[in-house]
Design a protein around this ligand. Structure first.
Ligand SMILES: *[C@@H]1O[C@H](CO)[C@@H](O)[C@H](O)[C@H]1NC(C)=O
Ligand SMILES: *[C@@H]1O[C@H](CO)[C@@H](O)[C@H](O)[C@H]1NC(C)=O
Ligand SMILES: *[C@@H]1O[C@H](CO)[C@@H](O)[C@H](O)[C@H]1NC(C)=O
Ligand SMILES: *[C@@H]1O[C@H](CO)[C@@H](O)[C@H](O)[C@H]1NC(C)=O
Ligand SMILES: *[C@@H]1O[C@H](CO)[C@@H](O)[C@H](O)[C@H]1NC(C)=O
Ligand SMILES: *[C@@H]1O[C@H](CO)[C@@H](O)[C@H](O)[C@H]1NC(C)=O
Ligand SMILES: *[C@@H]1O[C@H](CO)[C@@H](O)[C@H](O)[C@H]1NC(C)=O
Ligand SMILES: *[C@@H]1O[C@H](CO)[C@@H](O)[C@H](O)[C@H]1NC(C)=O
Ligand SMILES: *[C@@H]1O[C@H](CO)[C@@H](O)[C@H](O)[C@H]1NC(C)=O
Ligand SMILES: *[C@@H]1O[C@H](CO)[C@@H](O)[C@H](O)[C@H]1NC(C)=O
Length: 501
C-alpha cells in the first residue's frame, strides 16, 4: 500500500501544475465604458486607497500606464481584438506594439503579462488562425528585449470553449479549436506562461434553469447530499468556480498538457439586473465576490489540485454604464464612477479586506457642546501623558487648520482611541468625547482609523496573499513552473491532501 502510494506520487509529480505566481493573488479588471470615466490619476488613487495590487487593462492606454508608474501595482496589458489581425500577420507590427506599449513603460510600470486578444475563439473567430502567431511574435519581441522572463504572454478564453464541463474529469475543449489549442498550449508550456480563463458561475447558474443551486454558484455551504461528486475521480465539488477550473485542467490533460497553470482573468457577479435577471442582486454580488476572494487568498486550490494557487482578477473595478445589453451588463463593478463602493465586501475572518469596509469603523471626537476649557485640559493630557503624537496639529502641518480647540482635541482623542485599539472606555476624556461613525478627516488631515489606518484594512493585507500562511500556501511559493529543482516533499503533502480529502 505504501509502495503503491509512493509510486502514485512519483508518477503524479510531473503532472501538478505550478502556481502561476508565488502565491495566489486577487486582481481587478478595469473596463472603461463609463460616461464619466475617472482620470488615470483618480483610478490609481482608488487602487492605492483600496490596496489593489494587481490589475488588468483591456488595452495599453498610455496615460493609464504612466499613472501606474512607480506604484508597484502589477499590470496585465491587453492587445485589443481589433489590433490582433495586424499583429498576427506581421512580426514588425508586433514588435512595434511591444515597443510602444510595453518597452516605453517598463520598468517604472510593472507590466507582468500581456493578454493577446480577449475571448478570441468565441467572439472574433476569424482571428483564431493567427492567434498563436500573434502571441509568438509578441513573445519574440519580449525575448529580444530580455523581458520574457518577467512578462508572460497568454490569451483569455471564455469557459464556453470547455464542453461537457461536468463532471470535470470528462471535460474537453471544443474540438473545432484543437488546431489552435494544441499549438497554443505548447506555447504556454514552453514559455512558462499560464492558461487565462474567464469563469462566470453567474451565467452557469442563470442558464441552468434551476439545475445549478444558487448556493453552489455562490460558494455557500451545501448539505453533503447536494455536493456534486465527480463519479470518475470521486472528487467533491462544493462550488461552480472550482468545477470550471478543474474542467480546464482536465481539458488540457486530455490534450496531454498537464503542467500549465490556470489564472482566472475574469470572475464576478452583477449587483443589479432586469426583472428577468433575479440572481443579479447586491447581496449575491457581495456574497460571491467576498467568498471568491477568501477562497482564492486562502490558497485553497481546487479539488484536483489542492493548494495550487488560482490567482483571479475580479470583474470589475467600476460599473460601466455605457456597456450595451441588459441592466446586469452595466453593474458588475465594485465601485461607481465616483469611487464609492457599490457594496462593502464582507471579508471578516479572512484577515484581509478590500474596499471601504467601514462596518466597524468608529472615531472618537469632541462631544457637541462640550466646555472648551475641559476640552483644552483633555487635549493637553492626550498630547502629554496620553502620549499621542500631536505633531500633525502644529502650524504648517496637515491638521493645524482649523486652529481651534474642538478640531484639535478631536484629532488627539481619535488618535488616542485608535492607539488603544478602540477599547471600551478609551473615548471618554471626562465626558467631553463621544464615538461617531463619521470620518472627521478633512483635506490632507487624515484621522487615525481613516482609510484603513489601524482599521480592518491595514496596509499590506488587502488583496495580497495572506501573510498567515498555511502549509499549502507556503508550498506554492517553492513551486514555479520550469524550476528544475522541485521540492518533492511539498508535492507529497499536496498529493496526500488529494488522496485523503
Ligand atoms: C513586479 O512584479 C513582479 C511580479 O509580482 C515582482 O516579482 C517584481 O518584484 C515587481 N517589480 C517591481 C519593480 O516592483
Ligand atoms: C520576429 O522578430 C524577432 C525580433 O523582434 C526575431 O527575433 C524573430 O526571429 C522574428 N520572427 C520571425 C518569424 O520573423
Ligand atoms: C464548437 O465551436 C464551433 C465553432 O465556434 C461552434 O460552431 C460549435 O457550436 C461549438 N460546439 C459546441 C458543442 O458548442
Ligand atoms: C496523448 O498521449 C497519449 C499517450 O502518449 C497518446 O496516445 C495520445 O494520442 C495523446 N493525445 C494527444 C491529443 O496528443
Ligand atoms: C482555508 O484553507 C484551509 C485548509 O488549507 C481550510 O481548512 C479552510 O476551510 C479554508 N477556508 C476557507 C474560507 O476556504
Ligand atoms: C464588528 O465586528 C465584530 C467582530 O469583530 C462583528 O461581530 C460585528 O458584527 C461587526 N459589526 C458590524 C456592524 O458588522
Ligand atoms: C496602530 O497600531 C499599531 C500597533 O497595532 C500602533 O503601534 C500604532 O501606534 C497605531 N497607530 C495609530 C495612529 O493609532
Ligand atoms: C470610503 O467611503 C467614504 C464615503 O462613505 C469616502 O468619502 C472615502 O473616500 C472612502 N474611502 C476610501 C478609502 O475609498
Ligand atoms: C504600511 O506601509 C508603510 C509604507 O507604505 C510601511 O512603512 C509600513 O511598515 C506598513 N505597515 C504594515 C503593518 O505593513
Ligand atoms: C493565523 O490564523 C489563525 C487561525 O485563523 C490564528 O489563530 C492566528 O492567530 C493567525 N496568526 C497570525 C500570525 O495572524
Amino acid at each position: 500500500m505504501v509502495q503503491s502510494l509512493l509510486l502514485l506520487l512519483l508518477l503524479t509529480v510531473s503532472t501538478v501544475p505550478a502556481s502561476a505566481d508565488e502565491d495566489a493573488f486577487i486582481g481587478v479588471n478595469i473596463g472603461t465604458d463609463l460616461s464619466d470615466m475617472p482620470s488615470p490619476t483618480q483610478v490609481v488613487a482608488l487602487l492605492k486607497a483600496q490596496n489593489i495590487r494587481h490589475i488588468r487593462l483591456y488595452d495599453a492606454d498610455r496615460a493609464m500606464l504612466l499613472a501606474l508608474a512607480n506604484t508597484g501595482i502589477r499590470v496585465t496589458v491587453s492587445v485589443p481584438n481589433d489590433e490582433l489581425l495586424g499583429i498576427g500577420q506581421s512580426n514588425a507590427t508586433a514588435a512595434n506594439w511591444v515597443s510602444h506599449n510595453v518597452l516605453a513603460h517598463v520598468p517604472a510600470t510593472n507590466i507582468t503579462a500581456i493578454a493577446v486578444g480577449s475571448e478570441v475563439l468565441t467572439t472574433v473567430s476569424n482571428a483564431a488562425p493567427i492567434l498563436v502567431s500573434a502571441m509568438k511574435f509578441i513573445q519574440s519581441a519580449l525575448v529580444a528585449s530580455n523581458l520574457d522572463s518577467q512578462i508572460k504572454v497568454s490569451t483569455p478564453h471564455s469557459s464556453s470553449i470547455i464542453l461537457d464541463s461536468f463532471p470535470p474529469s470528462q471535460a474537453f475543449f471544443n474540438r473545432t479549436w484543437d488546431p489552435v489549442m494544441v499549438p497554443l498550449l505548447k506555447f504556454l508550456q514552453s514559455t512558462g506562461s499560464y492558461l487565462m480563463l474567464n469563469v462566470y458561475p453567474y451565467y452557469d447558474y442563470m442558464q441552468s434553469n434551476g439545475v445549478i443551486p444558487l448556493d453552489y454558484a455562490l460558494f455557500r455551504p451545501l448539505p453533503p447530499n447536494k455536493e456534486a461528486v465527480d463519479a470518475n475521480t470521486l472528487l467533491h465539488y462544493t462550488n461552480v468556480f472550482d468545477a470550471i477550473v478543474d474542467a480546464a485542467y482536465f481539458s488540457m490533460s486530455y490534450l496531454n498538457f498537464t503542467n500549465v497553470p490556470v489564472v482566472v482573468t475574469e470572475s464576478g457577479w452583477p449587483s443589479k439586473g432586469e426583472s428577468s435577471e433575479p440572481g443579479a442582486t447586491v447581496d449575491n454580488a457581495n456574497t460571491y465576490n467576498s467568498n471568491l476572494i477568501r477562497h482564492v487568498l486562502n490558497n485553497t486550490g481546487t479539488p484536483k489540485h489542492p493548494g495550487i494557487a488560482v490567482s483571479t482578477y475580479i470583474y470589475e473595478l467600476y460599473n460601466e454604464d455605457l456597456r450595451p445589453g441588459p441592466v446586469s451588463e452595466k453593474n458588475w463593478g465594485l465601485f461607481d464612477a465616483s469611487g464609492m463602493p457599490v457594496y462593502i465586501l464582507t471579508l471578516t475572518g479572512s484577515g484581509t479586506v478590500l474596499a471601504n469596509d467601514t462596518t466597524n469603523q468608529t472615531y472618537c471626537v469632541a462631544r457637541d457642546g462640550a466646555d472648551p476649557k475641559m476640552l483644552q485640559a483633555a487635549l493637553d493630557w492626550a498630547c502629554g501623558p496620553g502620549k499621542v503624537d500631536c505633531s500633525p496639529l502644529l502650524q504648517g502641518k496637515p491638521c493645524y487648520e482649523p486652529d481651534n480647540v474642538i478640531a484639535h482635541s478631536t484629532y488627539a482623542f481619535d488618535a488616542y482611541y485608535h492607539r488603544m485599539a478602540m477599547a471600551d472606555g478609551t473615548c471618554n476624556f471626562n465626558g467631553v468625547a463621544s464615538i461617531t461613525t463619521t470620518d472627521p478627516s478633512h483635506g490632507s488631515c487624515k484621522f487615525p482609523g481613516s482609510d484603513g489606518r489601524n482599521s480592518t484594512f491595514v496596509n499590506g493585507t488587502t488583496l495580497a496573499p495572506s501573510s498567515n500562511s498555511t502549509a499549502s500556501s507556503c508550498s506554492s511559493r517553492y513551486y514555479y513552473y520550469g524550476d528544475a529543482f522541485v521540492r518533492s516533499t511539498v508535492i507529497v503533502v499536496l498529493l496526500l491532501n488529494a488522496v485523503f480529502l
